[in-house]
Design a protein around this ligand. Structure first.
Ligand code: ZN
Length: 241
C-alpha cells in the first residue's frame, strides 16, 4: 500500500469526562486509546468528538476519511440529523464505517440497518469468549479460533439487526448468552463492520487482540469502488434496426 488509510475515530466523549471510573481507564478518552493503537498499526489517524462544531465531522473531514470509527452511548440523541445524513451519504459513496459496542443504538447505525438494533444487556462480571466463525476472513486475520475478555458487559440475543452478510464472530458469555459480535454489511459502495466489545468502564480497547480486530476491520472496510455509473445509458452493444 503506497499511502496509509485515513481513519477518523469518533467518540461522544462524555463518560470519560463525567466518571472517575471511566477516566481511570481512558484518561484521554476512548477515541485517544483507539487512535493510538491504530497509529501503531500504520494508519493515518485523526479523532473527532460530539462537542466539537459539527461533531468534528465537517464535509472536509469526511471527504478525507477512508474509514470512520464510531463509539457512542449516552448521547446518541444529541447527534444532529444533518450530520447523520452526511455520514450516511459518505458511507453510500464508499467510506467504511466501523461501529463499536453501544454504537449499536447510534442514529447512523440504526439508519443504515433499518431495524431497531435492540439487544439484551447486563453490566455484571461476565467473561466473554469471542469465537471466530469465519476463519480466513480478513477481519479474523492473526487471531486464533477464539480470544477471551476476562470482564465485559454482556450483550445477548436477540440482536435486532438484518442478517449479516458475513458473520465473523460469535460471543459466548459466562451467564450463558450468545451474541453475533462481529457483523459485516455493505450499503451502497460502503462497507460496515459492527464489533461488539468495548464497555466504557473496562480496559477492552487496551487489549491487543481487540485492537487487531479494529485494525483488520479498518482494512476490510476501506473503500474499493472507484466508479459507479447510473442513469440513462446507451447500449454497449449496437442494436439492430
Ligand atoms: Zn456498554
Amino acid at each position: 500500500m503506497s499511502e496509509a488509510l485515513r481513519v477518523t475515530v469518533w467518540n461522544e466523549f462524555r463518560h470519560e469526562r463525567k466518571s472517575e471510573a471511566v477516566k481511570a481507564v481512558y484518561p484521554d478518552g476512548i477515541h485517544a486509546t483507539i487512535a493510538a493503537a491504530l497509529g501503531e498499526h500504520g494508519f493515518e489517524v485523526r479523532t473527532a468528538t460530539l462537542d466539537e462544531p459539527e461533531h468534528g465531522l465537517t464535509s472536509e473531514v469526511l471527504e478525507a476519511t477512508d474509514v470512520l470509527i464510531w463509539w457512542g452511548h449516552v448521547a446518541h440523541g444529541e447527534v444532529q440529523d444533518e450530520i447523520v445524513e452526511r455520514v450516511q451519504q459518505r458511507v453510500l459513496a464508499g467510506m467504511g464505517l466501523v461501529v463499536l459496542h453501544s454504537g449499536h443504538f447510534s442514529k447512523i447505525f440504526k439508519r443504515l440497518m433499518g431495524t431497531t438494533c435492540d439487544l439484551k444487556w447486563r453490566e455484571g462480571n461476565d467473561r466473554e469468549l469471542i469465537w471466530v466463525v469465519a476463519p480466513g476472513h480478513p477481519i479474523a486475520e492473526g487471531l486464533g479460533e477464539m480470544f477471551m475478555l476476562e470482564h465485559e458487559e454482556m450483550y445477548g440475543e436477540h440482536f435486532d439487526i438484518p442478517p449479516p452478510e458475513t458473520l465473523v464472530f460469535v460471543s459466548w458469555f459466562s451467564g450463558g448468552e450468545v451474541f453475533r459480535s462481529g457483523c459485516c454489511y455493505t450499503r451502497g459502495a460502503g462497507k460496515i463492520f459492527y464489533f461488539r466489545p468495548g464497555h466504557e468502564t473496562l480496559p477492552t480497547y487496551h487489549n491487543p487482540q481487540v485492537q487487531r480486530v479494529i485494525a483488520n476491520g479498518v482494512r476490510w472496510a476501506a473503500p474499493t469502488v472507484i466508479e459507479r455509473v447510473f442513469g440513462n445509458t446507451p447500449p454497449h452493444v449496437p442494436t439492430e434496426g
